[in-house]
Design a binder for this molecule. Structure first.
Ligand SMILES: C[S@@+](CC[C@H](N)C(=O)[O-])C[C@H]1O[C@@H](n2cnc3c(N)ncnc32)[C@H](O)[C@@H]1O
Length: 281
């Protein structure tokens, strides 16, 4: 049975329906992926598969804007971890669409004026057609890996922090990361892992690192030289940076463009709509 995962978006719907005296209402059991009809009873909310969540538990979910909850046999557990590997606190943060992950308080996807999945599709589009072998340098919730795998031959995705994958396992939107046989996961530091790939292994590389101040080595010339080496002739690299129109975004972008060119990329284009740059080999 898949996880029942709820956030304050769903608790609001349920608590409002109860106040209005409704016997049933439509709500999502998986953070807006699907909808089901649930019964509102004295005891709590009954889902079609007979799982029940109590009203006090729903009141508790309603208090939290920054995490989602797994409902299991009468208890609720916030989806959050503290990683010993990276010393980063993480939680699955709901939005009105797909959730994002908060890492030390910073959302892993863009959520201002957009939502995590639209943000993902913008990144993916820069590499269309997404064909052949694809390297996704930073797994996170797996959204870029999942979308790349729709058309790629195979996607290799690398994540340094097992705690990130623990959270992804509980996220209904990350399910295909674990189910899709075209996706191969590596747990490790991408900075080191890239050295093991043969020259010209990938047609596309999607580089979606944490921000520059948190992961400077993933913006370094030596790392870009490795990405250039493992990319096929005429292959493309998308490098997420952040808002290119902001002062800090422009500063980071100038350095990225210079170091990508020095690493051998023949052309580097700005892709402001996807908050990054596209580099050609
Ligand atoms: C911006 S998120 C990636 C989001 C992801 N593309 C998605 O679609 O959900 C960056 C991820 O990179 C991971 N990371 C940070 N440093 C890394 C490294 N050196 N090697 C591999 N992964 C790393 C972080 O733990 C984090 O989960």
């Amino acid at each position: 049975m898949s996880h029942l995962v709820l956030s304050h978006y769903q608790s609001k719907v349920l608590l409002t329906a109860r106040r209005e005296g409704k016997p049933s209402v439509q709500v999502s059991p998986d953070l807006n992926r699907t909808m089901v009809e649930v019964s509102l009873t004295e005891e709590g909310v009954r889902f079609p598969d007979h799982r029940i969540i109590s009203w006090p538990n729903l009141e508790q979910i309603d208090q939290s804007e920054t995490k989602c909850f797994v409902v299991e046999e009468g208890t609720i557990n916030g989806i959050q971890t503290f990683s010993e590997t990276t010393r980063w606190a993480r939680s699955l943060m709901p939005t009105a669409h797909a959730p994002t992950m908060l890492v030390s308080g910073i959302p892993m996807h863009r959520i201002q004026g957009t939502e995590p999945y639209r943000d993902t599709l913008k990144k993916i589009k820069t590499l269309a057609p997404m064909v052949g072998m694809v390297l996704d340098t930073a797994t996170g919730l797996g959204y870029t890996a999942i979308e790349a795998a729709r058309t790629a031959e195979e996607v290799i995705t690398i994540e340094i922090d097992p705690a990130s994958l623990e959270i992804a396992r509980l996220n209904p939107w990350s399910e295909e990361l674990f189910d899709n046989p075209k996706i191969r996961q590596i747990v490790g530091d991408v900075y080191d892992e890239v050295e093991a790939f043969a020259d010209e292994s990938f047609s596309r590389i999607l580089h979606d690192p944490p921000m520059f101040s948190l992961a400077g080595d993933l913006y370094a010339g030596e790392f870009y030289a490795q990405l250039h080496r493992i990319l096929r002739h005429r292959g493309r690299l998308f490098h997420y940076i952040g808002d290119l129109s902001s002062k800090s975004g422009q500063g980071v972008m100038r350095g990225v463009v210079r170091r990508l060119s020095e690493a051998g990329f023949s052309r580097v284009e700005r892709r402001p709509e996807a908050f990054g740059v596209l580099a050609y080999k």
